[in-house]
Design a protein around this ligand. Structure first.
Ligand SMILES: Nc1ncnc2c1ncn2[C@@H]1O[C@H](COP(=O)(O)OP(=O)(O)O)[C@@H](O)[C@H]1O
Ligand SMILES: O=c1ccn([C@@H]2O[C@H](COP(=O)(O)OP(=O)(O)O)[C@@H](O)[C@H]2O)c(=O)[nH]1
Ligand SMILES: [Mg+2]
Length: 210
């Protein structure tokens, strides 16, 4: 089941609307919990398009946009970029893509992100895939990620963990209260985590009895 992107709101946001019907899954979990890694697997197996909010923001910095410096400073400090910036990037990516099902990775990161995205796009997630991982494991993964990210240093990592606990966990709790959270134990090898992920995306009718 999809959602009709709200035409009036989209017009107000300055983006041409197509009333595109889309299915969205939010992929949430702490920094280093494995969101990006598992999204790549889901794309291969289930035909979703992966939209990483962090990747879109980093591309915006590289593109030399007028918001670039502001975004760069916020990421370096582990802070959450104003939602209108992130939502515009996500909305554009959805519009430009021919696919009708999307994984939105690393967004919404706070209540305001969540409410604004829903108000602007009219999109509610089908469900929320939540990667649950202890902080110690996430810290080890981030410190050895080696992607040259300016925020993968211990000082920024600590700030990101705090923002995650204070601002992002309440979003997961909000969806949990609506019965929309599919929680995955992410502190296991990548292949094992993906087995659990597959079970979430496979319709019950397609599941082969063990
Ligand atoms: N299940 C796992 N076990 C060990 N390392 C992992 C696992 N999942 C991801 N990683 C590694 O941890 C780092 C962070 O993973 P990533 O997918 O970028 O997380 P996130 O997008 O949630 O920050 C990467 O270097 C990745 O290769
Ligand atoms: O919706 C978002 C997603 C990301 N970020 C910023 O981008 C950084 C990196 O996010 P990403 O999801 O790439 O990091 P990960 O959780 O995968 O380590 C965050 O710490 C924030 O500063 C943000 O402000 N809003
Ligand atoms: Mg990521």
């Amino acid at each position: 089941m999809g959602t009709v992107v709200d035409a009036a709101n989209k017009e107000a946001n300055g983006i041409a609307h197509t009333n595109k019907k889309v299915t969205v899954v939010f992929v949430l979990g702490g920094p280093g919990s494995g969101k990006g890694t598992q999204c790549a697997n889901i794309v291969q197996h289930f035909g979703y398009t992966h939209l990483s909010a962090g990747d879109l923001l980093r591309a915006e910095i590289k593109s030399g946009s007028e918001n670039g410096t502001m975004i760069q400073n916020m990421i370096k400090e582990g802070k959450i970029v104003p939602s209108e910036v992130t939502i515009k990037l996500l909305q554009r990516a959805i519009e430009e893509n021919g696919n009708d099902k999307f994984l939105i990775d690393g967004f919404p990161r706070n209540e305001e992100n969540r409410a604004a995205f829903e108000a602007v796009t009219g999109i509610e997630p089908e469900f929320v895939l939540f990667f649950d991982c202890p902080e110690e494991e996430m810290e080890n993964r981030l410190l050895s990620r080696n992607q040259g990210r300016e925020d993968d240093n211990i000082e920024t990592i600590r700030k990101r963990f705090r923002v995650y606990m204070e601002s992002s966990v309440p979003v997961i709790e909000y969806y949990n209260a609506k019965g929309k959270v599919r929680k995955i134990d992410a502190a296991r090898p990548i292949e094992e985590v993906f087995e659990a992920v597959k079970a979430v995306f496979t319709p019950p009718s397609d599941k082969v009895a063990a």
